[in-house]
Design a protein around this ligand. Sequence first.
Ligand SMILES: C[S@@+](CC[C@H](N)C(=O)[O-])C[C@H]1O[C@@H](n2cnc3c(N)ncnc32)[C@H](O)[C@@H]1O
Length: 223
Amino acid sequence: MATLLPQIYCPIVTDIQTVRDAYDNVAVIYAARFQHLLDSKPLDRAMLAAFAELVQADGARPVADLGCGPGRLTSHLLSLGLDTFGVDLSPEMIRLARQTNPAVRFSEGSMDELDICDGTLGGVLAWYSIIHTPPQRLPGQFAEFYRVLGRDGHVLLAFQAADEPNTMQPFDHKVAPGYRWSPGRITELLHQAGFDVTARLVREAEEGERTQHAYLLATKRVS
Ligand SMILES: C[S@@+](CC[C@H](N)C(=O)[O-])C[C@H]1O[C@@H](n2cnc3c(N)ncnc32)[C@H](O)[C@@H]1O
């Protein structure tokens, strides 16, 4: 039994620590490099605007920016009028996010186990943050999104897309081990977690990118 334990438990701890340490190391460079990226991404802004409008139409409840990094998306959602806070694994990312938005609540934490009460949110944004989640942990994270969202709550995901249908492909992400998912497979997993996907956008790789990028908007299903 003792020999089985490391195989069962170690990978999860190691994955989280690897991702946290990797983003701690690059946080300052990452923040500077991507600070103004949204300005040149009209399709990203379109999906974010639709998400913000839907959350506002359903009562303008708080929105969690999960895997917020240095808070560039948190800032954008605030500018769209949403009551937003951020959560990230990396203490260094959280320090930078607080520096940029001193009035906003940012906390260290993991999407695997959120320190957020049941049914309290109007929206969850996971913008290129599920890309480091090993496949076996993704259903658990989607279950957490479902738990913290209130009735008719919305999720918006962005991620690098796999080029095969219904698959997950590991890829050599520059910061930490990454996974590319097909939009179809993520749609299935969201459905299993209790969400209906209401819109999907797949755009071609742009300059400096190696893959298509996918954006999925989903709503918590009323059971
Ligand atoms: C590619 S960066 C994206 C940051 C931000 N969303 C943006 O677009 O600028 C991925 C971020 O997700 C965070 N992250 C990865 N796995 C996480 C988890 N399980 N819980 C919370 N944050 C996580 C990382 O620490 C990192 O800051």
